[in-house]
Design a protein around this ligand. Structure first.
Ligand SMILES: *Cc1c(COP(=O)(O)O)cnc(C)c1O
Length: 426
C-alpha cells in the first residue's frame, strides 16, 4: 500500500499543528504508524490522499451511525446552509432536536446544546456542583469525559494511550475535588463516600467506550443509584459515545437505572460539532438565565449542526440498533473463531452498534483488566488490517462501531482479512 502522500502531509502538518493532529489519538503514535490523511468518505468507506480505500469502523469516533456522507444528513445540511450559517439567536431547529432526544431520554425534561462532548460534560459538572452547592465529584478510572480540568484524571482513551494519567496544567487544588473509583466495583465507590463528604455527583460512562469497550454490570449501576440517593448525590450518565449507539432509549432503559443528569454528543450531531446536557426541570431551571449557574456558547445550537443531528437521530430506533448489533455480533464471533484458530487470546464484547476486543483471555470488567491486553499484538493487528483496507481505531483503549452502510458481505470479508492477519502476526 502506497502512503507517500500521507507521509508528506503528516510531515507538513507537524510544522504548523501541534503533533500534526488536532486530537492526540489521531496521530497513530501508540500503534507506531503514519496517520492516513483522509480526503473523502462515502458509505462504509473512507479514502486517503494516496487514493487508498478503507472500510471504516471508526466513523469519526462514533458520530456517523449512518456511515460516511449519508445522503439524508448531507441534504439536510445543504438545505440549512442555504439559509445562513449562524445567527446567535434561537432557532426552531434547537427545539425540534431537543424534543426528538427527550422522546428517548425520558428521565430528563430539558436540555441545553453545546458544541462538543467535553463542553457538555464540563457544563453538567458545573450544574451538579451549583445545584448541590458541593464541590467534590467521583469519576471512574478509565472513563473519559472530555478534556476539561476536573475530569482529566485517569481518563482512559487518548490520556491512557499516551501514558499521562492526568495532565500537566491541571491544578492539584482542582484535582483534589475529583475522587477516583473502580469501574464495576461498588465497594470502591462506597469508600469514596466514606472518606469524603459533600460529593456533588458521581459521573460514569454506563457503557464505557474509552478504556476499550467495557459495559457496566446492571447490579453495579443499580447499587450506584442507591448509594447516590442515600447521600443526596447526583448521578450523571455520560452517554456522549453510547447515546443512540448502544440502545435507542438510552442506558437508563437498558439498565433500568435513571440518572439525574445525562450528557450526549457524537451521534446527536450527525457528524457536526454538537453536545448536549440535560436533567429534570428542577435542576435545569438553576441554569442561567432562569437560575444563577452560568453556562453559554456563541455557536451553541448552531442551526446547521442541529439540522445534521435531527436528520441523524430521527431515524434511530431500536430496530435499527438491533440490526447493527446482529452485524457487530457476527464480526466479533468471527474474530473470536479466527483467534482460536491461530492460538491468539482474545475477549470480545458488543452492545448495540458498539463492539470491542482485547488481546487477553478473561472478560474485562474495569481498567485494570483492560491494561492486561497485549498491546504489541494490538499494534500489529491494527497496521496489518490497515494494509488490508480496514480502518480500526488506532488504540486498544477505544471502541469499534458498525454503521448502517456496513453490509454483511463486508463483515464476512473483514473476518477473512482478520484470518490472514492473525495468521501473520501470532
Ligand atoms: C467523546 C467523549 C467525550 C468528549 O466529547 P468531545 O466531543 O470529544 O469533546 C466525553 N465523554 C465521552 C463518554 C466520550 O466518548
Amino acid at each position: 500500500m502506497n502512503i507517500d502522500k500521507s507521509i508528506s502531509a503528516f510531515k507538513e502538518a507537524k510544522q504548523v499543528i501541534a503533533g500534526g493532529v488536532d486530537s492526540p489519538v489521531r496521530s497513530f503514535s501508540s500503534v507506531g504508524g503514519i496517520p492516513r490523511f483522509i480526503t473523502r468518505g462515502d458509505g462504509a468507506y473512507i479514502e486517503d490522499v494516496d487514493g487508498n480505500k478503507y472500510i471504516d469502523f471508526v466513523q469519526s469516533w462514533g458520530p456517523l451511525i449512518f456511515g460516511q456522507n449519508d445522503k439524508i444528513i448531507h441534504d439536510a445540511v445543504i438545505k440549512s446552509v442555504n439559509h445562513g450559517l449562524s445567527f446567535g439567536a434561537p432557532t426552531q431547529s434547537e427545539t425540534l432536536l431537543a424534543k426528538e432526544i427527550l422522546k428517548h431520554y425520558t428521565p430528563i425534561d430539558k436540555l441545553r446544546f453545546v458544541s462538543s462532548g467535553t463542553e457538555a460534560v464540563m457544563s453538567a459538572i458545573r450544574l451538579a456542583r451549583g445545584y448541590t452547592r458541593r464541590d467534590n465529584i467521583v469519576k471512574f478510572i478509565g472513563c473519559y469525559h472530555g478534556h476539561s480540568d476536573s475530569l482529566l484524571v485517569e481518563a482512559g482513551s487518548g490520556a491512557v494511550t499516551f501514558g499521562t494519567p492526568s495532565s500537566p496544567g491541571v491544578p492539584k487544588d482542582l484535582i483534589k475535588h475529583t475522587l477516583l473509583a473502580k469501574y464495576n466495583d461498588i465497594k470502591s465507590v462506597e469508600k469514596c463516600f466514606k472518606d469524603t463528604a459533600n460529593i456533588a455527583a458521581v459521573i460514569i460512562e454506563p457503557i464505557a467506550g474509552n478504556m476499550g469497550f467495557v459495559p457496566a454490570d446492571k447490579k453495579f449501576l443499580q447499587a450506584l443509584r442507591t448509594l447516590c440517593n442515600k447521600h443526596n448525590t447526583l448521578l450523571i450518565f455520560d452517554e456522549v459515545m453510547s447515546g443512540f449507539r448502544a440502545y435507542s432509549d438510552g442506558a437508563h432503559t437498558l439498565y433500568g437505572v435513571n440518572p439525574d443528569i445525562i450528557t450526549l454528543g457524537k451521534v446527536i450531531g450527525g457528524g457536526m460539532p454538537v453536545g448536549a446536557f440535560g436533567a429534570t426541570a428542577k435542576i435545569m431551571n438553576e441554569l442561567s438565565p432562569d437560575g444563577p449557574i452560568y453556562q453559554a456558547g456563541t455557536l451553541s445550537g448552531n442551526p446547521v449542526a442541529m439540522a445534521a443531528g435531527l436528520a441523524s437521530i430521527n431515524r434511530v430506533d431500536q430496530n435499527l440498533i438491533n440490526a447493527l448489533h446482529v452485524k457487530a455480533l457476527k464480526l466479533i464471533k468471527g474474530m473470536k473463531e479466527m483467534a482460536s484458530k491461530h492460538n491468539i487470546d482474545i475477549t470480545v464484547n458488543s452492545v448495540g452498534s458498539m463492539f470491542g476486543f482485547f488481546f487477553c483471555k478473561n472478560e474485562i470488567k474495569n481498567f485494570d483488566g483492560a491494561l492486561k491486553s497485549d498491546l504489541q499484538i494490538f499494534a500489529k493487528f491494527h497496521s496489518n488490517m490497515l494494509e488490508e483496507g480496514y480502518y480500526f481505531a488506532c488504540s486498544q483503549f477505544e471502541t469499534g462501531f458498525i454503521s448502517t452502510a456496513i453490509t454483511n458481505e463486508m463483515i464476512s470479508d473483514t473476518i477473512k482479512a482478520i484470518d490472514r492477519v492473525f495468521g501473520k502476526i501470532k
